[in-house]
Design a protein around this ligand. Structure first.
Ligand code: CTP
Length: 399
């Protein structure tokens, strides 16, 4: 697979009988031209030796956190930055649990924690361990963090039992990584723009009209697009969210600023308008603080509808325009109206009358209405999971 050529892969081998298969993973990756650095957990050393790994990979093998030898050459942060991607194979129930809880007590868990790269996990464990509720919960958490799980397979295990938990075959894992890198390369040429968060429409120097949007859904979509290789610009109203490294973040306050930033960053292949843009601004914004007795002086005027402007632009319309609809009632009717009136390809509608989803929640439940009259009603899920689903649909559409 040519996509693996010259790619830097950090392989973390945990302590399980499947560790011997990791040697085959190294061999296959090397055959495809990848550069591999390896971390062995303490337990992994009971199954394979650092020497065999070093001989196969032709690279140094790392084992200890804060060993003066390692840290002077490449510390745990540089190691996590060095990689194009991280693969944990085999991933034991213990390591999966540690990463999901943030228990970072060895080099492997610390590097994964410090990483800003995509992490792939190939679990290997006994079927009962695999099916344990605690393991399932941990995996769910990791998936929500954006980690990708490869396998495991069902079959006869080293312990003699039969069931799900066998690590996927090395060839399958290597192909999986190759396909991911191929997708990344394809998407790399694609540009995405996302608007997110609320806007603040100033009345005077100290007061403004705004709304409850947290920006979480838009930020998650931007994260997922970026992780899938898109050149991503996020135009964000004032929110309390961490910036995502690698994304071109443009901070704005008012709808006019959001409009200007949007137009300055076109053309793009896909635009997702998740911002809760203020519908009105103050026409006669005061230079000094408005006295309460003079409130009747205030005049409102409509803001430009950014989504509408962009999706009807004869030169700069993105290939795919995705709008959102925040509705408290008649969700389907209102969304379909927006789909047509705003000339969108898709409208993602959420019910903002419910407190357990929408604005400030980490969860969302949406319906997607497509231009071809079809619709999808998705169940309630984490905003991060929903973002990944939306982005998968964007990728299928653009490719
Ligand atoms: N939108 C926009 N610019 C505006 C207003 C809305 O880009 N000035 C976009 C939003 O980002 C969203 C979509 O239009 O993708 C729908 O926003 P919504 O607030 O649901 O609807 P409105 O058009 O504002 O209509 P209403 O408030 O009457 O429901």
């Amino acid at each position: 697979m040519k996509n693996l050529n010259k790619k830097k892969i950090l392989l973390i081998i945990c302590g399980g009988i499947a560790a011997y298969k990791s040697l085959e993973i190294i061999r296959l990756l090397k055959k495809n031209g990848s550069i591999i650095k390896t971390i062995l957990t303490n337990n992994a050393k009971n199954f394979i030796t650092p020497l065999s790994v070093a001989s196969l990979s032709n690279e140094k093998v790392y084992t200890n956190l804060f060993s003066s030898d390692n840290e002077s050459e490449m510390d745990h942060i540089s190691l996590s930055r060095w990689a194009d991607l991280i693969l944990i194979a085999p991933a034991t129930a213990n390591t999966i649990s540690k990463i999901s809880y943030g228990l970072i007590d060895d080099l492997a868990s610390t590097v994964v924690f410090a990483s800003n790269k995509k992490v792939f996990i190939a679990p290997a464990m006994n079927v009962r361990m695999w099916e344990h509720k605690s393991n399932k919960e941990n995996l769910k958490k990791l998936i929500n963090f954006g980690y990708e799980i490869i396998g495991p397979e069902t079959g006869e295990m080293a312990c003699g039992e039969y069931g799900e938990g066998k690590m996927s075959e090395p060839k399958f894992i290597v192909n999986y990584l190759g396909k991911y890198l191929k997708k990344l390369e394809k998407n790399n040429k694609l540009k995405a723009l996302i608007t997110a968060g609320p806007t603040q429409e100033y009345i005077d120097p100290v007061r403004f009209i705004s709304n409850k949007s947290s920006g979480k859904q838009g930020y998650e979509i931007a994260r997922s697009l970026f992780e899938n290789g898109f050149d991503t610009t996020l135009i964000s109203g004032p929110v309390n969210l961490d910036t995502i490294k690698g994304i071109n973040l443009i901070k704005v306050r008012t709808a006019d600023e959001m409009l200007e930033a949007t137009l300055n960053n076109l053309p793009v292949d896909v635009a997702v308008f998740s911002a809760a843009v203020g519908d009105f601004k103050v026409k006669n914004k005061k230079k000094e603080k408005l006295k309460k007795n003079n409130i009747s002086e205030l005049l409102l005027e409509k803001n430009t509808d950014i989504l509408n402007l962009v999706s009807n632009h004869n030169l700069l319309r993105p290939k795919l325009v995705v709008g959102f609809a925040a509705e408290t009632h008649s969700i389907k009717n209102n969304s379909l109206k927006k789909l047509t009136e705003k000339n969108c390809d898709w409208i993602i509608a959420n019910d903002i009358s419910r407190n357990d989803i929408g604005f400030e929640s980490d969860f969302n439940k949406v319906s997607i209405f497509y231009k071809n009259n079809s619709e999808e009603n998705l169940p309630k899920m984490k905003k991060s999971t929903l973002a990944n689903k939306i982005v998968n649909r964007i990728i299928s559409k653009l490719n």
